[in-house]
Write a protein that binds this ligand. Structure first.
Ligand code: IDP
Ligand code: MG
Length: 135
């Protein structure tokens, strides 16, 4: 297995419910290492750019509104096979379909307010990391 980096975001619904520590604890328990971390409010511009691949979806405006509704925690995670390892830990986009013990099964409210983001490919990880962290 190769060491990879991936971008994680703890989304506003989870920050608002005081779940930052619980979520990072799950990351660390799964051998994902926090290399860089920022707490911030996304601007509408940043959120639109981050989710540009979804710009034609019907949920896009709701997603932007949600992602800019409160503070987020942006994390550069590193570990063996980190992109898939973290996607597996997150669980399905819809928490009702998420596996037991995944972050979304444990904490997500619904398909929009689903507590966490994770890059879905090496290419997107590289792009997303570049939006927040200088190399
Ligand atoms: P992912 O976060 O599991 O990678 P994506 O399909 O990339 O899921 O969608 C990005 C985000 O957009 C989701 O995490 C969720 O917050 C929101 N979203 C995705 N699909 C829907 C939907 O069908 N209805 C409402 N919001 C959605
Ligand atoms: Mg995605």
């Amino acid at each position: 297995m190769a060491i990879q980096q991936t971008l994680a975001i703890i989304k506003p619904d989870a920050v608002q419910r005081n779940l930052i520590g619980s979520i990072i604890q799950l990351m660390e328990a799964n051998k994902l290492v926090v290399k860089k971390i920022i707490m911030m409010n996304l601007s509408v511009n940043q959120a639109e750019k981050f989710y540009i691949i979804h710009k034609d979806r019907d949920f896009y405006s709701k997603l932007i509104e949600y992602m800019t509704s409160g503070q987020v925690v942006v994390i550069l995670l590193e570990g063996d096979n980190a992109i898939k390892a973290y996607r597996d830990l997150m669980g399905s986009t819809n928490p009702e379909e998420a596996e037991e013990k995944t972050i979304r099964k444990l904490y997500a409210v619904n398909t929009t307010y689903n507590s966490v983001h994770g890059s879905d490919s090496p290419e997107n990880a590289r792009i997303e990391i570049g939006l927040f962290f200088k190399s």
